[in-house]
Write a protein that binds this ligand. Sequence first.
Ligand code: DX5
Ligand code: ZN
Length: 228
Amino acid sequence: MQFDRNLKIAPSILSADFANFGAEIEAVEREGADWIHVDVMDGHFVPNLTFGPPLVKAIRKHIKTVMDVHLMIAPVDPYIDAFADAGADILTAHVEAGPHLHRTLQAIRGADMTAGVALNPGTPASAVAEVLDLVGLVCVMTVNPGFGGQSFIDMTAKVRDLRAMIGDRPVHIEIDGGVTPKTAPLVRAAGADVLVAGSAVFSGGSVADPAPYGANIRAIRTACDTLV
Ligand code: DX5
Ligand code: ZN
């Protein structure tokens, strides 16, 4: 994967039609998605359940861009090989998911994926200070994870701190939760380059009528271009 800090929009399939993931992914990529964000939830680390490695593997062949897998599960380590086999490009684990973050990130790298680390809103930027040389992405949660469609929690100061901590390292800052044309410019200006958006991308469209997906993606991009 080439590294750059250009703005990337990563639609979350949590807001897509669960009975039609393949076609939804193809539609949203045609409409301008840069990455596809895949939310894995276990009903234990977060109070919701989605899907596991077999489904992630099944949708892989529909993704031409980057498969960005966000694990909201604990423990993580027993499932790393299964997600590597499923074809994840980026595998992100939460800081809060266990006591051995460094070991988890090493194992993800050892399985030939880019390691990501996610921070809940209540977790400070300093929690990732010792692992910045292991990761390719830091995900700043701007909602408490578990559900799509929640309101944005302002983490702009945390994003700014992380941007300074990261310096010249090739590490993306991703924002996840409540991203809209209104909130996106705040985090983009603070240093984020990957914006996950579920409801703000998928609302108003469908596989049969995908044009709204493109309009929604462009609205986020334009809002960032005009403010940054
Ligand atoms: C939340 C998930 C997000 C979610 C974002 O737990 O990690 O990726 O799908 O959805 P929106 O953009 O609707 O807040
Ligand atoms: Zn997510």
